[in-house]
Design a protein around this ligand. Sequence first.
Ligand SMILES: [Zn+2]
Ligand SMILES: [Zn+2]
Length: 331
Amino acid sequence: MRAIVVDHPGSFRVAAVPDPAPRAGEIVVQVDCCGICGTDLHILAGEFPPTPYPIIPGHEFAGTVVARSPDVKPDLPDGTRVAVDPSLYCGYCRRCRSGQDNLCENWAAIGDTVSGAFAEFVAVPAANAYRLPDHLDGQYGAMVEPLSCAVHGLHQLGPLLGDSVVVIGAGTMGLLLMQLLMHAGAGPVTVVDRVAERLEVARKLGAAAVVTDASELGESRFAVAVDATGAPAAIETAIGLLDRGARMLVFGVSPADATVRVSPFRVYNDELTIVGSMAVLRSFGQAVDLLASAAVDPRALLAEPLPLEQFGEAVDRLRAGQGIKWHIRPS
Ligand SMILES: [Zn+2]
Ligand SMILES: [Zn+2]
């Protein structure tokens, strides 16, 4: 089969590699669509510590079941269309045993630590595959993974009926989070992003207000702030926008050694709550349902999928901030 192989940081190619064979508990999925995200850029740059090289990246994907190990019950027969949760948990560490699978001490993931889906085929645990309803195509299926991360983020925030919200960053995750926040009953949602075209999308999807710079918000303060950028300066800005008693979700991925300045007096005196959200936790099936019911509509975020041979072009576009979400269609 053909696949993107990252031989070492900074170097990738379209390569002919052996087709994957299913091991115990696994099925083989013919990949229809696989999304490119910031984590893939970090893997390409050698900035994602758990990744070994060479690796076939790709963790946001959907496709069709084409084979399975004899020990897998035929609940997912050949031809079943599925989205795949890339998370690989050990199940026996103290985190897994306390229900915090996403914080597993032996954490691994399809496309991050083992072969992923920028390939014609990928072998995955049957337990990680979720059936897609007929009306969701493969590109929507490839949006389940990022959406399931956003769903976990909302679980971390807790109830927010009527609360005013500011979302920093209108990339894929900011726009998915914004739609989820509105679906969950948040009050008016304000979106901040430097890119005007992204704010137009945010506006179309229901943002109450959009600004290119937080300074335009004047004295406005919010009950909830969500950072979907990971940029330390943006996180400091978001904390500055918190009202007394407010909550902040740190969703964007910052560099591991980054720091931000926070006034402990404000955290105490204004009773601020700052929570984090890491990947997917029992939120994959909910994400399928939210897409199936059109509670979240990713259409405005999507471009026409590109073939494997244009992977490099898609990466360049993502790096240049062109478009919002780019997908590869390997088959
Ligand atoms: Zn991702
Ligand atoms: Zn574990």
